[in-house]
Design a protein around this ligand. Structure first.
Ligand code: HEC
Length: 437
């Protein structure tokens, strides 16, 4: 009896230590954002970073504010869910309660999990190609929203089979969103022509001529993607992806939020290549504001109301979905998307019960989702235009419009679902696609 009792105290007294138990949890679940160069208030990259903020950390993990993950995991699971398990939370609690012991420092752990973060990428390795803005953009500190076009030319030795694309910038603070479109070079047009950023409503038509051969010409866009706060990167598993031509341009369209201070912004795209061929070209479709389908009723949100709007779209061929990317602005309250097949099966796509403008990611399915031709995708957005919505930009609330104009202000609204997909192939439903980071 005595022995048993003694033995159990011994086990209990075995404190949970930072090494080897807590470090991997923090490094995989927190450091991915909490590292230098990110838009986070501090780094969590070492024992002391974590130990000195232990109480604060406990607060944000116990109420599940961190790590941020907005989709309802009961509705649909995605790859790379940023969710601590109950056991991980318990271990962190035990560690704090037992006085935050360090254990035996082990630099191999830092090397394993943190080395890649110092490459200034969220991906798992250094980029194979980085293309940068040649001229930084000076965002004036006059509290005005701005739409800015930038062309980045590129020329590489041989075409690249793109496994992942990532948008990076020196300062993300005032970037409301960015889209990037990739085009091949146009015969007879110098890819380097122009090259200065061009600001809508400020620069004359001459500043925009550099974009005409691509935006107005008869040239096929190769890829379209983007970044909004919270987005990490897009990556493509297996033989899915797109081929970056030897020579071409990326056209970035920035939407800057009003800035109170002059800010220099310079941005780049990282490309990660795979050695294996691309056989299935990734495609993008946008449903709702700025895309296909009619929002019903039309997106006009009356003050002091919580209203629901819906947009639907039909698939015209058999497709397999890789990513969903929901988008609304500040009045967004919840977002749901699902598909109904011709056989009347309902396929849940995503549900975000508490929309948060700051966290808008591309979410990758764990398996390709097969949508047969003739399936209807339903997108339902609920908007809270009352005083109770802390993000409401207007007090008292005002009528808010949303329309199909691409150039939306943050204080206008949008209801958009972007889908990244490939043509369906039998067996897609069983193809796990979480392996690529
Ligand atoms: C996807 C990126 C991301 C991940 C992953 C993440 N954080 Fe954060 N965290 C942020 C950002 C951005 C902020 C600042 C904005 C905010 O407070 O919402 C923040 C803020 C915080 C704060 C300050 C909160 C406040 O009220 O000021 C703490 C503490 C914190 N994070 C701890 C953690 C811990 C612990 C983890 C891992 C369990 C974690 N974070 C994972 C992005 C992230």
């Amino acid at each position: 009896m005595m022995l048993l009792c003694w033995a159990s105290t011994q086990i209990h007294a075995q404190a949970v230590t930072f090494y080897p138990t807590i470090a991997p949890i923090i490094y995989t679940q927190c450091s991915t954002c909490h590292h230098p160069g990110e838009n986070t208030p501090f780094s969590l990259m070492s024992y002391s970073d974590v130990a000195k903020r232990a109480d604060f950390i406990w607060q944000v993990i116990s109420d599940r504010y961190m790590p941020p993950w907005k989709p309802d995991t009961a509705y649909r699971h995605f790859c790379h869910e940023r969710v601590l398990t109950a056991q991980q939370i318990q271990l962190i609690k035990q560690w704090i309660d037992s006085g935050k012991p360090e254990g035996k420092p082990d630099t191999a752990v830092e090397k394993k999990y943190l080395a890649r973060l110092i490459h200034h990428t969220r991906y798992d390795r250094t980029p194979d190609l980085t293309i940068r803005m040649a001229h930084p953009y000076l965002l004036k500190g006059d509290n005005k929203e701005r739409f800015v076009f930038v062309k980045i030319p590129f020329e590489i030795d041989s075409p690249g089979n793109v496994e992942a694309v990532e948008f990076v910038a020196n300062n993300l603070r005032y970037i409301h969103h960015v889209n990037y479109a990739i085009y091949p070079a146009v015969a007879g047009v110098d890819i380097h022509q122009g090259g200065e950023p061009a600001t809508l409503d400020e620069d004359g038509p001459a500043a925009f001529q550099q974009f005409d051969p691509y935006l107005k010409g008869n040239v096929q866009m190769i890829h379209y993607g983007g970044w909004i706060p919270g987005t990490s990167y897009e990556s493509f598993p297996g033989d899915i992806g797109f081929v970056l031509p030897r020579k071409g341009v990326a056209i970035l369209t920035f939407h800057f939020a009003p800035s109170p201070v002059d800010t220099v912004v310079t941005a780049a795209l990282h490309f990660f290549f795979k050695r294996t061929p691309i056989r299935r070209n990734i495609e993008t479709i946008s449903i709702g504001s700025g895309g296909i389908g009619n929002i019903m009723p039309p997106l006009l949100i009356l003050p002091n109301q919580v209203d629901s709007f819906e947009v639907t779209a039909q698939t015209t061929k058999d497709i397999s979905l890789l990513y969903v990317w929901p988008h609304m602005h500040l009045l967004g309250k919840s977002f749901k998307a699902f598909a109904v097949t011709p056989a009347a099966d309902t396929i849940p796509l995503i549900y975000i019960p508490q929309w948060d403008f700051s966290w808008q990611d591309l979410y990758r399915f764990r398996h390709l989702i097969y949508l047969p031709k003739g399936s209807t995708v339903h997108v339902i957005g609920v908007y809270d235009n009352t005083d109770q919505n802390p993000r409401n930009p207007f007090h008292p609330p005002q009528i808010i419009f949303g329309d199909n104009n691409e150039l939306m202000k943050t204080t206008d609204e949008m209801l958009t679902l972007i889908l990244l997909y490939v043509d369906y192939q039998p067996g897609d439903e069983n193809m796990p696609i979480c392996e690529t980071p």
